[in-house]
Ligand binder design. Structure first.
Ligand code: TXA
Ligand code: MG
Length: 355
């Protein structure tokens, strides 16, 4: 067990000395957690196979699921890839730095372990002052999956990172809670039209505005577990975002959803279970459960995305046995929220109609 150094930094006016300490760890093959605009990431030198292997070990992550490589300059993409399609250039101009990860054909300089032996590489430029400085000072592209133990909800605060990884990593840069709260959108640029492999912080609608044609991979919008040979993104086949409790997602028209959630919570409470309900501001007063939490207002999907992972972790702290979650609209960031909720439940979805 190592001692994890916690470096508190001011996100507006970051203390260079602290970022340099973190960068030195990365340079020498160490592991450093840092904030991005989406969630906290756990970084290692993407070109150092030993460091990347240690990254997988620290997270207990399966080796077939490669991390995203983070860069601070567009020109870094040239070294890591074999070709950059014109559409990708346009997207980089529009959305970088920002919550959009692009999948390219990878170059030979990228170690196999960094891309899990794939012929492609996922790259993004995060929109976070501290992180961009950290990457520059590290002097290398930084491989960084979300800084949680594999399978757990992604961390949106330094506290969440420590809860999972204290003693397993060298340091953490703590610059406060992240802004977006769900991970970046992963977009496969090796095909035309490009395909969204994971909905995330850059909404489908915004990509469609620029690209005109963009597809959603069936697994990314699945309402049940799909057995597909077409697993383009290794992360698709692993259980994700899961709290310790069993989880049920109730989907359908809102008034019918509320009735069903009430029925399910009574059923489980009668069985002696500690029940948590993941509600919204508009519905929270309808539920009398052991723990009831609101994701926020249904008309503010950005706030809902921002609260999601924190609330899933809070249910764990309160040791609930079952979480019953309401559906939210699948537009904008709502698509990413529903993707995470469905996956977190292991596709334990109840559909209801109002008739
Ligand atoms: O917002 C984010 O994306 C955060 C922050 C830290 O940047 N990172 C993140 O990384 O969520 P991670 O490793 O937890 O998720 C990366 C996703 C996985 O689903 C993985 O399978 C997919 O990207 N991925 C990585 N390389 C890929 C590739 N070459 N082709 C397709 N999918 C890939
Ligand atoms: Mg992750």
């Amino acid at each position: 067990m190592k001692k994890t150094l916690v470096l508190k930094v001011n996100s507006q006016n970051p203390e260079m000395k602290k970022i340099r300490i973190a960068a030195d760890f990365i340079k020498s093959g160490g592991l450093v957690a840092f904030p991005t605009e989406t969630v906290y990431g756990l970084g290692a030198d993407a070109l150092n196979p030993k460091a990347v292997k240690a990254l997988f070990d620290a997270k207990k992550r399966p080796f077939d699921n490669p991390p995203i490589v983070h860069v601070s300059y567009m020109k870094d993409v040239l070294k890591l890839t074999r070709e950059i399609p014109p559409k990708a250039e346009e997207l980089m101009k529009h959305f970088w730095p920002g919550p959009l990860t692009l999948v390219f054909k990878r170059s030979v300089m990228v170690p196999d372990v960094t891309v899990a032996g794939l012929d492609t590489i996922a790259i993004r430029m995060p929109r976070h002052n501290v992180t961009l400085i950290l990457i520059r000072k590290s002097g290398c592209p930084v491989a960084a999956p979300s800084a949680n133990l594999s399978g757990k909800p992604s961390p949106t605060t330094a506290r969440h990172v420590l809860d999972d990884l204290n003693g397993r990593i060298d340091a953490i840069l703590d610059a406060g809670p992240t802004h977006i709260g769900v991970e970046s959108t992963v977009l496969d640029m090796t095909v035309d039209p490009p395909i969204i492999l994971r909905p995330g912080g850059t909404p489908y609608e915004r990509l469609k505005d620029i690209l005109k044609r963009v597809e959603l991979h069936p697994v990314a919008v699945a309402e049940k577990e799909l057995t597909t040979n077409n697993v383009r993104s290794p992360g698709m086949k692993h259980r994700h975002y899961a709290p310790n409790a069993d989880m049920i997602v109730v989907e359908g028209e809102l008034s019918a959803v509320v009735s069903k959630v009430k029925e399910l919570l009574k059923f489980h409470m009668r069985k002696g279970k500690k029940v948590g309900v993941l509600a919204t501001d508009e519905t929270i007063e309808y539920y009398k459960a052991d723990v009831v939490k609101s994701l926020g207002s249904r008309i503010n999907l950005a706030a809902i995305a921002n609260n999601l992972f924190r609330l899933l972790r809070e249910f764990d702290v309160e040791c609930v046995d079952v979480i019953i979650a309401e559906t939210v609209p699948t537009e904008g960031l709502g698509l990413a929220v529903m993707n995470r909720l469905r996956k977190a439940s292991g596709y334990n979805i109840v559909r209801v109609n109002n008739c």
